[in-house]
Write a protein that binds this ligand. Structure first.
Ligand SMILES: *Cc1c(COP(=O)(O)O)cnc(C)c1O
Length: 403
């Protein structure tokens, strides 16, 4: 049996995950039995008397005082995400970058060192470079994510190991349990951006990671209609992130965005199942084409990588890339512009299938230093019928053949 179908057969989501995604555990009785949680659209909560106010101010983290701190609608989502990731605490942010910057600002002092493992989301990398310039934070990028390669870069002042697995351009995988073990030996905090896999397919806290970040803008929201981020970790680690980066940097989630996210979470398991089925069919098609090389998706992993995937993942999402053989900017442009169903767009995780390339014509040299082929095309496989998606790609390959 093929590797991809083995995982697929293994993929029924845990019942705990179903209940966290659904409304099952929500406190309906507090909201007149409403099955859909209310949007508590308020900035502040008035107190019974001044003494209550004074008492509450000593428990800002867990009481409803002011919506930059805690809001009931936002709290419902936070509890669900914490449960899905098997973490003690979750805080939501106004964006994925809000969550990333909160974690980095809370955990790095000037002159501290961070190791970035695997290809990391571009704006996260740009933020690290800003922190290096402004606060003398030191960093190393380790594309070969083996524990041996990472160990080689550990310094006495290394505070964080930050990774994405799978990455979201090359979809490379790293061994999360092995990295967590290495980091613990050196007292280093581990952080993963788990956006690609979603908590349904990968739970890094159970593999020893310390902090999980999500851009909820992608699959968790799932409808391309909100921007949100989340951090899930222990109570202890969250205390510092909350007091400093959540409260003081202030990029908190609005109640309405939280409500949209709750609505998206309801269908997360069915949507992820569909993304997975669709992507596997599209990849089966691409595998037959001579003009396609290096299909980058975990279902295409070689045998050693398959062993890692089996340890840490239970399924696949729909974001992947492949290379047009000998493709340069002109080919990439022709291919993308020949698609009709695939829309040109940089985000992913919604209903609609999307296509882009990291090759923007003026940056081919920079791509080479990042080890990214000039003919790379990234697809986000959405919820449309797979036969329509394949027909659309076939049309684009036909246009390419005429070059
Ligand atoms: C989109 C994305 C982010 C940033 O999320 P925003 O909600 O856009 O701020 C972070 N990491 C990954 C992997 C992403 O794809």
């Amino acid at each position: 049996m093929e590797f991809s179908s083995m995982l697929l057969n293994n993929a029924p989501f845990l019942s705990d995950d179903h209940s966290a995604c659904s409304g099952q555990d929500e406190p309906h009785e507090r909201y007149f039995g409403a099955v859909s949680a209310p949007i508590i659209q308020t900035s502040l909560f008035v107190q019974k008397n001044y003494q209550t106010y004074c008492d509450d101010m000593q428990h800002e983290a867990e009481r409803f005082i002011y919506s930059r701190g805690l809001n009931p609608t936002v709290q419902i989502v936070e509890q669900k995400l914490a449960k899905l990731e098997r973490g003690e605490a979750c805080r939501c942010f106004a964006s994925g970058m809000g969550a990333i910057s909160a974690v980095l600002m809370a955990n790095l002092n000037s002159h501290d060192h961070i190791i970035l493992v695997n290809n990391v989301y571009g704006p996260a990398m740009a933020l690290i470079k800003q922190m290096a310039r402004k606060y003398e934070v030191q960093y190393d990028v380790v594309l070969d994510g083996t524990p041996e390669a990472i160990a080689h870069h550990i310094r006495p002042n290394t505070r964080l190991i930050y990774t994405e697995s799978p990455g979201t351009m090359t979809m490379n995988i790293v061994d999360l349990a092995a990295i967590a073990t290495l980091a613990k030996e050196h007292g280093i905090t581990t952080v993963i951006d788990n956006t690609w896999a979603t908590p349904l397919f990968q739970k890094p806290l159970t593999l020893g990671f310390d902090i999980v970040i999500h851009s909820c803008t992608k699959y968790l929201g799932g409808h391309s209609d909100l921007i949100a981020g989340a951090v899930i970790t222990s109570h202890q680690r969250m205390a510092e992130i909350r007091d400093f980066s959540h409260q003081l940097l202030g990029s908190v989630l609005s109640p309405f965005a939280a409500w949209l996210l709750l609505r998206g979470l309801r269908t997360l398991p069915v949507r992820m199942q569909r993304h997975q089925e669709n992507v596997l069919q599209v990849i089966e098609y691409l595998k037959t084409l001579p003009e396609v090389e290096n299909i980058r998706h975990p279902c295409m992993a070689d045998v050693p990588q398959q062993a890692i995937i089996r340890k840490q993942m239970s399924g696949f999402s729909g974001l992947f890339s492949f290379e047009i053989r000998d493709g340069r900017f002109a080919d990439v442009k022709r291919f993308i512009d020949s698609c009709r169903l695939f829309k040109v767009g940089c985000s992913w995780g919604g209903y609609e299938s999307l296509i882009i390339s990291p090759n923007r014509g003026y940056n081919e040299a920079a791509l080479a230093t990042d080890n990214i082929a000039t003919g790379l095309i990234r697809l986000s496989i959405g919820q449309e019928s797979p036969s329509l998606l394949i027909a659309d790609l076939a049309g684009a390959f036909a246009a390419l053949a005429k070059r």
